[in-house]
Design a binder for this molecule. Structure first.
Ligand code: F6P
Length: 322
């Protein structure tokens, strides 16, 4: 192995740049050449390769987004797309790959390995924290804190007006961000896809809270679980309870911003561990952190197995929000 390619793919996450920096500098220190691949799998198909050196990654540890850009690439889901990527990588002399991303990135890498036999490892990164084989994904911690800051601000204004504030956080099909930011923000209600929402029961709990003396409430809602989305849900609650309800969708604000210390440290550790894994002959693996130590998991397991949420944390949030 002489030259490796590095890429970021899927939804960007804070800490990806710290991870790129660690990969480039560890690889060069260990005698490898590094090519950056611009725009993830689309960049492989379009042969967008750029040489990287120690200075290519200067001053990026503190930056959100990804200097290598990212994309979602439907063409890479076809054998033809993968074959084109494989041919381009071989022509560019790229012997192995390190990707930074989540579920879709891991699935793409697994298919590339199976079809084109190019060794690949993935650094676990997504704000959703939904990858099996890692306790926390790169970017989750910063995104959670971004959501938390917004929840705190919305609590101030909800309390000032005796309102019920519905706040939608990201998470695709899982409730990690909602659960963690909700517990940290003292939310009265946390609605996640893992637990079906009973609207009547929700209304009753909000009215009961009022009877217990609460004048305002915070309802954190993970995107996706409710029919018609958060606005339809909030409208139903408003009609049935007559509470003064407001809705805020946090959206992509959760993806941007400077990575916090935890994500810079995790990005640095994951990137270095990924280079060492390739050098040790590993392929088709996710590099995650389990009990704070770098840990390898077969890619197929990482994107097919479900990482369950901790029901006890949800129960705790409800007890503490009384
Ligand atoms: O996977 C990260 C994520 O931000 C999800 O939480 C969200 O559902 C999705 O990406 C949004 O994707 P896009 O930026 O492509 O709209």
């Amino acid at each position: 192995m002489k030259r490796i390619g590095v890429y970021t793919s899927g939804g960007d996450a804070p800490g990806m740049n710290a991870c790129i920096r660690a990969i480039v500098r560890t690889a060069i220190t260990r005698g490898l050449e590094v090519s950056g691949i611009e725009g993830g799998y689309a960049g492989m198909i379009g042969a967008k390769f750029l040489p990287m050196n120690m200075r290519s990654v200067s001053n990026i540890i503190c930056r959100g987004g990804t200097i290598l850009k990212s994309s979602r690439c439907p063409e890479f889901r076809t054998p033809q797309g993968i074959a084109r990527a494989g041919a381009n990588l071989r022509a560019a002399g790229i012997d192995a790959l390190i990707g930074i991303g989540g579920n879709g990135t891991s699935e793409g890498a697994h298919c590339l390995w199976k079809q084109e036999h190019i060794p690949v490892v993935i650094c676990a990164s997504t704000i959703d924290n939904d990858l099996y084989g890692t306790d926390y994904t790169l970017g989750f911690d910063t995104a959670m804190n971004t959501a938390l800051e917004a929840i705190d601000r919305l609590r101030d204004t909800a309390a000032a007006h005796d309102r019920t504030s519905f706040i939608e956080v990201m998470g695709r099909n899982n409730g990690y961000l909602a659960l963690y930011a909700g517990l940290a923000g003292g939310a009265e209600e946390i609605l996640i896809p893992e637990v079906p929402t009973d609207v009547d029961a929700l209304c009753q709990r909000l009215l009961d809270a009022q009877k217990r003396g609460k004048t305002s409430s915070i309802v954190v809602v993970a995107e996706g679980p409710t029919e018609g989305g958060i606005t339809a849900l909030a409208n139903k609650v408003r009609e049935r309870t007559r509470l003064d309800v407001r809705v805020t969708i946090l959206g992509h604000v959760q993806r941007g911003g400077a990575p916090n210390a935890r994500d810079r440290i995790n990005g640095s550790r994951l990137g270095a561990a990924a280079v060492e894994a390739l050098l040790a002959g590993e392929t088709d693996k996710l590099v995650g952190l389990v009990h704070s130590k770098p840990h390898l998991t077969p890619l197929e397991e990482a994107y097919t197995k479900k990482k369950p949420i901790d029901q006890k944390m949800l129960d705790l949030a409800y007890v503490l929000a009384r």
